[in-house]
Design a protein around this ligand. Sequence first.
Ligand SMILES: Cc1cc2nc3c(=O)[nH]c(=O)nc-3n(C[C@H](O)[C@H](O)[C@H](O)COP(=O)(O)OP(=O)(O)OC[C@H]3O[C@@H](n4cnc5c(N)ncnc54)[C@H](O)[C@@H]3O)c2cc1C
Length: 304
Amino acid sequence: MTIEKWANDLLQWVPAANIKTNESLKQYTMTKLGGLADVFVMPETEQQAVAAIKYAYENNVPLLMLGNGSNMVVRDGGVRGIVVHFSLLNETRINGTTVYAQSGALLKEVSKQAAANSLTGFEFACGIPGSIGGAMAMNAGAYGGEIKDIVVLCKVITKEGQVLELTNEQLELAYRKSIIAKNGYYVLSATFELAPGDQKQIDEKIADLTFQRESKQPLEYPSAGSVFKRPPGHFAGKLIQDSQLQGKGVGGAEVSTKHAGFIVNKNNATATDYIQTIQMVQRVVKEKFAIELEMEVKIVGEDE
Ligand SMILES: Cc1cc2nc3c(=O)[nH]c(=O)nc-3n(C[C@H](O)[C@H](O)[C@H](O)COP(=O)(O)OP(=O)(O)OC[C@H]3O[C@@H](n4cnc5c(N)ncnc54)[C@H](O)[C@@H]3O)c2cc1C
C-alpha cells in the first residue's frame, strides 16, 4: 500500500514510464546481485529530481541515490523507500576548455568527448565505469589523476531539496571522500576545467590506460572494482594476495585470481555470498597483518 502511494504521489512530477515499483536492482549494479527497490524513479529534468527528493524528505521516505552502480552492493532483501537513478540526466556540453556534465553522464563518455575536443585532464577517468554523480561523491581517481584535480563547480541538492553550487574547495575532496557523501547531498551536475592538449598524446594516454586496466583487472566478471580503500602505507591487493586469498570466497563470490583487490561475482553469487567474502578477507588480513581493511564499496539495503 505504501509503495503504491509513494509511486502514485511521484506522478505529480515524474512521468509514469519513469517510475517503477519492486524493481530489481541487479540490472543497475555492476556486481549484478541484490534485491528489489520499493520505488525506482528516473527523473528527466533537474526540476523532477528536486521534486522527488523534496517529496522523500517531507514524507520521511528513505531515499537512495544510485549512480552507475559500479561501487555499490545491494543486499538480497533490497532497498526500502525510493531509489533515484539519474541515467536520463546525462547531458555533456563543452565550451572551450570547460566541460559541463550532468550527474548521470558516464565518466567514459565524458572522457571520450573531452578527448575528441583535444582537451587534456580527463584521461585518467576513461576506464572508471561510474557516473559523474558517483565520481563526485567518491572523488574517483586512477593512475595519478582524480576528480579533485579538474572539478571547478558542482551543483547539488541538499536532503531538504535546496539547490547549492559548491566550488572545488567547498567540496572537501580527499581520497574517496567528499562533502557530498559526508552531508548526504545529491549531485545534479559538475563543471570541469581542462587544458588544451595534443590529440595524439591524449589518444595514446587513453590507449595506454585502457591496456593497463584490461590486462590487470578481471573485467570479464561482474564486480564492484576495488573493494577496499588503500590502507596508509600499504596496498589492499598486495595484503590480500600475500594472505593467499585469491580464488577463495563464499558461494558464487570469489577473490579475483587476476587482481586480489577485486571480488568477482563468478557464479550467480548472492549479495550474502559477496558480503561474507568481504568479511572473510577483512578477518584474514587482520589476523595476518593486524591491518583493518576499510571498505571502499558501499553496501546498501536489507538482508533477506
Ligand atoms: C571494474 C571497475 C573498476 C573501477 N575502477 C575504479 C578506479 O580506477 N578508480 C575509482 O575511483 N573507482 C573505480 N571503480 C569504482 C567506481 O567506478 C567509482 O567509485 C565510481 O565513482 C562510482 O560511480 P557510480 O556512478 O557507479 O556510483 P554508485 O556505485 O552508483 O554509487 C557510489 C556512491 O556514490 C553515491 N552516488 C551515486 N550517484 C550520486 C549522486 N548523483 N549524488 C550523490 N551521491 C551519489 C551513491 O549513493 C553511493 O554512495 C571501479 C569499479 C569497477 C566495477
